[in-house]
Design a protein around this ligand. Structure first.
Ligand SMILES: [Zn+2]
Length: 305
């Protein structure tokens, strides 16, 4: 395999990174970096500690005792199709506190710098329906409502995922954030641009969903294969480097922590054994890398910027 690295295609406004998976071009789109206390995500740390000096206790995974969680989406150009994997937390939306409450961040502006207008996007894929993966799919319509941000796109949600979040369990789970399904997903359905798909759906010949239920009840990751190369867009199947060493550490917000841990281990084994690129949604920006088995768990080698 040729040596892979990020290319900077940005101009004077700062870097715009991209990398290739065969003939598919990938642009990581940055939304925000944040630095929560480790125990906010990992309740395990109330009774266990992480390994002294391990790679994930240092930069870029951790800074001044806080974990770094970056928030990113991925724009793909696959032949003549433009595909967005996940849609961030969004702007201008009322949440019950937290970093996405009435946010105003230059997320969509990055599309233009990639030479893409919002109307060019063909497909938006949601790995799952957490608050930080759906928000930019709709924008304020100026009359108190919400309208699709990408007017010509089909929006793909796994049927089990949609059913759970629009049912009583989903409503309970959203008491923490506020009902973001109402402003970010239901307007897509009402506009006739939402497709409920099976969890192994083939999006295009190069892009398909892989079922991995656990983080949420209809969670998937996205496999991209082109010209003999493959990348696995892992969404929220892992958030932080500590989960490479300890794949059994699900985060506090995993809906089914046991299943989530099992799926995380299977994904890491797959990535290690195949050499496929692994691209999580919350690793230090602009993360893509390869997984290796280690004495304990796994390690991760970033491709260079
Ligand atoms: Zn997330």
């Amino acid at each position: 395999m040729s040596e892979l690295r990020f290319t900077n295609t940005g101009g004077g406004e700062g870097p715009l990174w991209s990398f290739g998976v065969g003939e598919v071009e990938v642009f990581p789109i940055r939304e925000v970096d944040y630095f929560p206390e480790p125990t906010e995500f990992f309740p395990q740390l109330e009774s266990q500690s992480w390994t002294d000096g391990a790679f994930y206790t240092r930069e870029p995974f951790t800074s001044d005792g806080r974990i770094r969680l970056n928030q990113e989406a991925h724009l793909l150009r696959a032949k003549d199709r433009l595909i967005l994997i996940d849609a961030g937390g969004g702007n201008g939306k009322a949440r019950n506190g937290g970093i996405f409450d009435r946010a105003d961040r230059p997320f969509l502006e990055q599309f233009g710098r990639a030479g893409v207008s919002l109307g060019d996007i063909d497909i938006v894929v949601f790995t799952h329906l957490h608050v930080d993966h759906v928000g930019f799919a709709t924008s304020a319509d100026g009359h108190g409502g919400w309208t699709p941000t990408f007017p010509n796109a089909r929006h793909l949600v796994v049927r089990e995922e949609f059913d759970w979040w629009t049912g009583p369990d989903g409503a309970r789970a959203m008491t923490r954030t506020g009902d973001y399904i109402a402003d970010s997903i239901l307007p897509l359905r009402d506009a006739g641009v939402l497709d409920l798909v099976p969890a192994d759906h083939e999006v295009t010949p190069e892009v398909r969903l892989v079922p991995a239920f656990g983080h949420t009840p209809g969670n998937v990751y996205v496999e991209v294969e082109s010209a003999g190369e493959r990348a696995l867009f892992a969404g929220d199947m892992l958030h932080h480097g500590v989960q490479l060493e300890r794949p059994d550490w699900s985060i506090r917000y995993c809906v089914q922590p046991g299943d989530s841990a099992e799926q995380r281990r299977l994904l890491l084994e797959r990535a290690a054994d195949s050499g496929d690129l692994l691209v999580p949604a919350h690793f230090p920006f602009p993360a893509a890398g390869r997984v290796q088995r280690a004495e304990r768990g796994f390690t991760y080698t970033f491709i260079d910027v």
